[in-house]
Structure formats: structure tokens, C-alpha cells
Write a protein that binds this ligand. Structure first.
Ligand SMILES: [Fe+2]
Ligand SMILES: [Fe+2]
Length: 247
């Protein structure tokens, strides 16, 4: 296990978010930890860090959150067909990832501190979205809390299946719109308001917050976690989602 990953795991645990990366820990352990491997071996998917702009950073975080929402969407469908086909602990992992990476970091540490206040103060239509976006963050947290509570048990009670499926679907619908408005209206408005010079400084600041929150590259860790969740549900083959030809 390389030092960066080790620090990342430790950092996540210290941040009280150890659950997010438990699976990563076991994966990394099983791949061996010989120190002489460190110079030459690079785990699949690992790469040299590349520079990302502040808005690109926010948008790729949305990519992780969309993948968690696709797990909700698929799970809601499967729950109705055959509840036993959705292991509660996998849903719990998806909800934990959404909480740790989406709500506690992306929303609370970045959007609510840096993005929304600037956009709200700027003239123009984008400012009028901010209160709704904040209300949606709050509602999302309520739904995450609910999903976490229900999926704690070994089995989802039969009378909770439909309410859980509905809650996840409505969350997916809300957040798809939410993130689409942020990507196309809010982030561009923020970028215009802060200006090029400050953007670079803010990209570095976001990087710093990410390291502080996760003890390393939170995006890489979240991506790996997301892939594990998708694999557990048999959703890791992109081609299975290729649409049939129209008739
Ligand atoms: Fe948001
Ligand atoms: Fe967002």
C-alpha cells in the first residue's frame, strides 16, 4: 500500500468517515504491501495527480454523486421486483458515500461556503436559485438519514420497501435537476464573479480542504468506493446500459 493511500485511509478514519473506505482498505491489503513494490507497481486506476480547475473539480464531484444516484435508481427498481436482490449494506454504503463525499464535503465545505454566498451577492438571475438549492441540500440530508436508518438492519422490513423506493426515486429526481442547474448556471456564474486570478487560488484552496477532510485525494477514494458498490450490485458493466435499438 502506498503512503498516499495509507494517509488517505487514516485521514478518512480521523474525519469520522472510516466506513466510506473500509472496502478500500481490504482491497489494498490484499494486493500486498511489500515496500519494494512501491517504486514500480502502480495499482490499476492509479495515476499521477493532474491539475483540475475549481469548477471542473465541483463537476466531477457531481459525477460521483450521479453514480450513487444511479445506484439508488436501480435499487428502487429491483426492490419492487425482488427485495432480497438488494443487500441493505450495499445501499447503506451508497448512502454513506453520499453523506461523506456529497453532503459533508461537496455541499457543506465548498458550495455553501464558497459558491452560493458569492452567487447570491452577484446581480442576475442565478442568485435567485440559491435558496432553493439550499433547501434541496437540507431535504437531501433528510432522505440520506432515512436511507441510512432503514438500511442498518440485515433486512429491509417489507412495509418499508415501497417508501424507501419512493424516497430514493424522489431524491434522484431532485438531485438530477439540482446538479444540472449548478453545472450550467451556478458554477459558470460563480466563475464569472470571482475572476480568473482568484480561481486558481480557489482551486488550490479546494484541494487543501479536500486533503484536510479526507487525508488525501478524496475524489480518487470516492471513485474507488463507488466502483466497489457498483460491482457488488452487478452494475459495473457500462454496456449493460446501452439502450436497445428503437422500433
Ligand atoms: Fe448543491
Ligand atoms: Fe453540487
Amino acid at each position: 500500500m502506498d503512503e498516499k493511500r495509507r494517509q488517505l485511509l487514516t485521514g478518512i478514519s480521523l474525519a469520522g468517515a472510516g466506513v466510506l473506505l473500509n472496502a478500500c482498505r481490504s482491497t489494498s491489503n490484499s494486493s500486498g504491501s511489500a515496500t519494494n513494490e512501491e517504486k514500480t507497481e502502480q495499482a490499476p486506476g492509479e495515476h499521477e495527480p493532474v491539475e483540475v480547475t475549481a469548477t471542473e473539480d465541483l463537476m466531477r464531484e457531481h459525477g460521483i454523486l450521479r453514480r450513487a444516484l444511479l445506484v439508488y435508481q436501480e435499487s428502487a427498481m429491483r426492490l419492487r421486483q425482488d427485495a432480497a436482490s438488494v443487500p441493505p449494506d450495499i445501499l447503506e454504503k451508497a448512502a454513506t458515500l453520499f453523506r461523506v463525499f456529497g453532503e459533508d464535503y461537496h455541499e457543506k465545505k465548498l458550495e455553501e461556503v464558497y459558491i452560493f454566498p458569492t452567487v447570491k451577492k452577484s446581480p442576475g438571475a442565478p442568485a435567485s436559485y440559491v435558496d432553493v438549492l439550499l433547501a434541496q441540500h437540507t431535504r437531501g440530508r433528510e432522505i440520506t438519514e432515512y436511507v441510512l436508518a432503514i438500511t442498518k438492519a440485515d433486512r429491509i422490513p417489507s412495509n418499508s420497501i415501497e417508501p424507501l423506493a419512493r424516497a430514493m426515486e424522489s431524491f434522484v429526481r431532485m438531485y438530477a435537476h439540482h446538479a444540472a442547474i449548478e453545472d450550467t448556471v451556478i458554477f459558470p456564474a460563480w466563475k464569472a464573479a470571482v475572476g480568473e486570478a482568484e480561481l486558481d487560488a480557489l482551486a488550490a484552496k479546494f484541494e487543501e480542504i479536500e486533503t484536510e477532510q479526507f487525508g488525501g485525494d478524496g475524489f480518487d477514494a470516492a471513485l474507488q468506493r463507488m466502483e466497489e458498490i457498483e460491482t457488488s450490485l452487478g452494475m459495473s458493466n457500462l454496456d449493460m446500459f446501452t439502450a436497445p435499438a428503437p422500433h
